[in-house]
Design a protein around this ligand. Structure first.
Ligand code: GLP
Length: 243
């Protein structure tokens, strides 16, 4: 695992965007595994800037997103479909037909997950998978559990996750209670994993995930077994780790 220490959120965003930009430059038809949440927003803004400056071409890029709330229409501004368009896809020359997210509007979980697994299978793993991390160690929406779920599945979100994401919704009741997420194997199939974390609030979980035991109770800890992981985190998120 490589750890890249950034000064602050802006620096983390720039450094992580540079890694994704290098991937697109090296392989213009790469498969980007993308993530939502507040942490990667700055990174997407940096990628948009690079595109606008003529430094990046997304025309042959394909993408797969980690997760999506179940039951939110795609035009709901809290759906991850909306998020990706708002923060990245609408601002660059990616072909929307080449972008993929689990379809949260499909009511039948089995069908939704089978459909997304088939899409992921057709790619055989992302070239680079971007991840954030939840306070409980979740990646995508893989919540702490007794076993690692391998493939795309429907999750009952934990109380702590619903509360953490409540800030984006009008009220607790408006936060969806279920989501579709890539499973751990889908994530581990990526050739490279790039995890971004910032702020003091993530310091404990960064330490636990990357330096504690590998356990499904801390889903991100599985990344210790991946052979090409880069953690880009700011000083605050790395404050509990000795480097
Ligand atoms: C959400 C997302 C994750 C994200 C995490 C952290 O629930 N499903 O993909 O990494 O929570 O979010 P944030 O970056 O806002 O702290």
């Amino acid at each position: 695992m490589r750890i890249i220490k950034a000064k602050d959120y802006a620096d983390m965003s720039k450094k992580a965007a540079a890694i994704i930009a290098a991937q697109i430059t090296m392989k213009p038809d790469c498969v980007l595994g993308l993530a939502t949440g507040s942490t990667p927003e700055g990174l997407y803004a940096e990628l948009v800037k690079m595109y606008e400056a003529g430094e990046l071409d997304f025309s042959n890029v394909q993408s797969v997103n980690l997760d999506e709330y179940k039951g939110l229409p795609r035009d709901n501004d809290q759906s991850y479909y909306y998020f990706m368009n708002h923060h990245l896809f609408s601002h660059v020359n990616i072909d929307k037909a080449n972008t993929n997210l689990p379809d949260g509007t499909i009511e039948d979980s089995e069908e939704a997950c089978a459909q997304y697994n088939a899409i992921l299978d057709s790619f055989g793993g992302a070239d680079i998978q971007l991840l954030g991390i939840g306070h409980n160690g979740h990646i995508g929406f893989n919540e702490p559990a007794d076993t690692f779920e391998l493939l795309t599945h429907c999750v009952d979100l934990q109380e702590s996750t619903i509360k953490a994401n409540q800030r984006f919704f009008a009220s607790y009741d408006d936060v969806p209670k279920q989501a579709y997420t890539m499973g751990i194997k889908n994530i581990m199939d990526a050739k490279m994993v790039l995890l971004v974390a910032n702020g003091e609030g993530k310091a404990d979980i960064v330490k636990e995930a990357f330096f504690g035991p590998v356990t499904p109770q801390v889903p991100a800890s599985i990344l210790q077994l991946h052979k090409n992981v880069v953690l880009v985190a700011d000083e605050a998120a790395l404050s509990k780790v000795e480097l």
